[in-house]
Ligand binder design. Sequence first.
Ligand code: GLN
Length: 278
Amino acid sequence: MKSVLETINGGAQYLEKRGVEESRRNMEHLLAHRLGCTRMQLYTQFDRPLDETELAPLRDMLKKRGEGIPLQHLLGDVPFHSRDFICDSRGLIPRPETEELVEMILKTIPSGTLDILDMGCGSGVLGLTLAAERQESHVTLADVSTDALALTGENAAKLGVENISLIHSNLFQSVTGKFDLIAANLPYVPAGEAATMARELQHDPALALFSGADGMDLLQKFIPESVNFLKPGGVVALEIGHDQASQVRECLEKSGFAPIEIHRDLSGIARFPFATHL
Ligand code: GLN
C-alpha cells in the first residue's frame, strides 16, 4: 500500500527521469484522473492509502506518459476557454495562443447575428467556443480531415452547441456563402521543424501543423481566396507563426485588406492578424 503523497512523489520522479517537463504536475493530473477527483482534492487526502486496483491502471498511463504520449491524450480531454473538449490524436492539442485568439475575437466582434467560418477547425475549439459564446450567430466549421470533423462533431455534442454546420472541405473548395468573420488557426509550422520538435508534438496530426518549407503555403492560398467568402466589411482573424507577421501583412495587403492589425500574444510576438475587407 502506498499513500497518495508517496504515489505522487514516486510517479513524479519516474516521469522526471524520462524527461517529462513539469513531472509533478503531470503526475498529479494522472492520479486525479484515475481517482475521479480534482488535483486540488488530492491535497486534502495525502495520507489516504491506495490499493493495487487503483494503482495498476495508473502505471500503464505513467509508462505511456514517460514514452512521450501527451498528457491531454491520456486524460482524454483538455480545458479551453472555460470549457472541456475531447482531445485525441485526430486534432491538434489546443495551445494557449489560440485561447488568446478567441478572447480577442470575442472582444472585437459586434453583438448580433453573425455568420462565422472557422477554417481548419481541427478539434473545433475555436469555432465551437465562438458558437457557444454567441448563440445568436451561426458558425460553419470546415476541415480537410474527416477525422478532425468527427472530433469536432463529438465536441459539439458534448458542449450541446447547435448553431453550427460542419463541412468537409480542402480550404474553400466546398464552402458556399459569405461570412462576417473567418477565423483560422491553419497549419503554419515549417516542414523542416518536424525533426527537432518535442516528443509530445509528434502526436499532433502532421496535417494540422506543417505547411511547406516556410510554413506559409496554406496561409498564402487561404488569404486571397478568403476575399470571395467575406461580406463587405468582413474580417479575417488569424493565428500565425512567430516570424510570419511581415509576410502575412504583405499577402493581406495584396489581397486588398485594410485596415490590417497584427496583435501581439502574451510573449510579445506579433501573432494574430485581424484584417478587414471592404
Ligand atoms: N502553435 C503550434 C505549434 O507551434 C502550431 C499550430 C499551427 O500550426 N497552427 O506547435
